[in-house]
Design a protein around this ligand. Structure first.
Ligand SMILES: *Cc1c(COP(=O)(O)O)cnc(C)c1O
Length: 345
C-alpha cells in the first residue's frame, strides 16, 4: 500500500514504540508527567517560545489558542482556506462565541496586509472587537515567504492584535527554508505545531507561547476535555519524533519533487501539476476527475485524496521508489481515461 492521502497515516516504528513502552509517566493534569514536561520543554525550545502545552490534536490546539486569545463576541482574521477557520468544525464559534473574519489567501498563502488592515474594526459598539490575526505555515504545502513574516508581525503589533501561527507543518516550512523553526515563529504570540504528521508520532500537538499564555491555555485545555493523565506514553513518541524525524523531512520533500517531476513528464497532465511545495503535490483536475483517478489507483494499492483535484502527500512510510510506481500508475490512468482530464475545468 502506498498511501499518499496525508502525512497523518504513518505508523509508529519500533524505536518509537519502545520509547512509548518505557516512558516514565505521571498524572499530567497535576503537571507530574516527566515525559510530557520534557516534551513541552523541548518543543518550546525548538520553536523559540517560553512555554508549551501538549494537546491531543491540532484542532484542539488551535481552538485552545482561539479561546485563550479571544473572548465571546470578539473576532479573529484568518485565511478563507485556513485550516482553523474552514476545517475545524467551527469550534471557535461553537464553543467560544468567537467570530471569524475570513479573507482570501493570496496564491502564496499570505493574507494581504492592506486588506487585513481594512478588516480590523474600529472601537465602536456596532463592531466586534478584532483581537487576533492568524496565519498558517506551511499553507497548502508551501512555506510562507520569509520577507512576509516580519511584516505580518509588525502589522499585528501596530493594530494591537495578537498573532497566532497554525504551524501544523512548521517543521516542513523550516526544512524547506533551511532555517530553524524558531526563526519562523519570531514575533508570534502563539504557535501550534503537529507531532503526528510528517514527524510520525501517533498523536499530539504542541501549543507554544509565553508562560502566562500557556498557563491560561492549560485551563482551556482542561475545559475542552484535553487534560490527559499518564500522557507520557504519547509524549514519548513525540520526543522520538522530534529527535529522529526532523532532519529527515527534506527526504519527504525530495520524494515530492521527484513525484512532481515524473508527473510533469505525462504530457496531458503537465500543465495541471502544481508541485513540489515541501511534501505535497497537487493535480488541478477538472471536476470529477479527482475521484476518478483516486478510484482507479485504489485497486493498485495506491491511495490519494481526490476531493476537488488530487492531493499527494509524501511522508516517512513511502519511499523514493514508490514515487516511480505512482507515476506509472497515474500515466496509465491518463492513457485510459483521457475523457475526464479533457472536461473543462
Ligand atoms: C492537520 C492540521 C491541523 C489539525 O490537526 P489535527 O491533529 O488533525 O486536529 C491544523 N492545521 C493544519 C494546517 C493542519 O494541516
Amino acid at each position: 500500500m502506498i498511501d499518499l492521502r496525508s502525512d497523518t497515516v504513518t505508523m509508529p516504528g519500533p524505536a518509537m514504540r519502545r520509547a512509548m513502552a518505557a516512558a516514565v509517566v505521571g498524572d499530567d493534569v497535576y503537571g507530574e508527567d516527566p515525559t510530557v514536561n520534557a516534551l513541552e520543554e523541548m518543543g518550546a525550545g525548538l520553536l523559540g517560545m517560553e512555554a508549551a502545552l501538549f494537546l491531543p490534536s491540532g484542532t484542539q490546539a488551535n481552538l485552545t489558542a482561539l479561546l485563550t486569545h479571544c473572548r465571546r463576541g470578539e473576532e479573529y482574521i484568518a485565511g478563507q482556506g485556513a485550516h482553523l477557520y474552514r476545517f475545524e468544525g467551527g469550534g471557535g464559534a461553537a464553543f467560544g462565541g468567537i467570530q471569524p473574519q475570513p479573507l482570501e489567501f493570496d496564491t502564496d498563502g499570505t493574507i494581504d496586509l492592506a486588506k487585513a488592515a481594512v478588516a480590523v474594526k474600529e472601537e465602536d459598539p456596532h463592531f466586534p472587537r478584532t483581537r487576533l490575526f492568524c496565519l498558517e505555515n506551511t499553507v497548502g504545502g508551501r512555506a510562507l515567504p520569509l520577507p512576509y513574516l516580519p511584516r505580518a508581525v509588525e502589522f499585528a503589533r501596530s493594530r494591537n492584535l495578537s498573532l497566532h501561527l497554525d504551524g501544523a507543518r512548521i517543521w516542513n516550512a523550516a526544512a524547506a527554508c533551511g532555517l530553524s523553526p524558531a526563526r519562523l515563529t519570531e514575533g508570534f504570540d502563539s504557535v501550534s505545531a503537529c507531532l503526528s504528521k510528517g514527524l510520525g508520532a501517533p498523536a499530539g500537538t504542541l501549543l507554544c507561547g509565553s508562560r502566562p499564555f500557556i498557563a491560561e491555555a492549560r485551563r482551556w485545555r482542561k475545559a475542552l476535555g484535553g487534560g490527559m493523565r499518564q500522557a507520557g506514553v504519547l509524549a514519548a513518541a513525540g520526543i522520538v519524533a522530534l529527535e529522529e524525524n526532523l532532519e529527515r523531512l527534506t527526504e519527504d520533500h525530495e520524494k515530492a519533487a521527484v513525484l512532481a517531476q515524473g508527473l510533469r513528464r505525462i504530457e496531458e497532465l503537465a500543465p495541471l501539476v502544481d508541485g513540489s511545495h515541501t511534501n505535497m503535490v497537487f493535480l488541478r483536475l477538472p471536476d470529477g476527475a479527482g475521484h476518478a483517478m483516486a478510484d482507479y489507483l485504489a485497486p493498485m494499492g495506491i491511495r490519494v485524496s481526490g476531493r476537488g483535484g488530487v492531493r499527494l502527500v509524501t511522508h516517512l512510510d513511502v519511499s523514493l521508489e514508490d514515487m516511480e510506481r505512482v507515476t506509472a500508475a497515474v500515466a496509465s490512468f491518463v492513457r485510459e481515461d483521457r475523457g475526464s482530464l479533457q472536461r473543462p475545468k
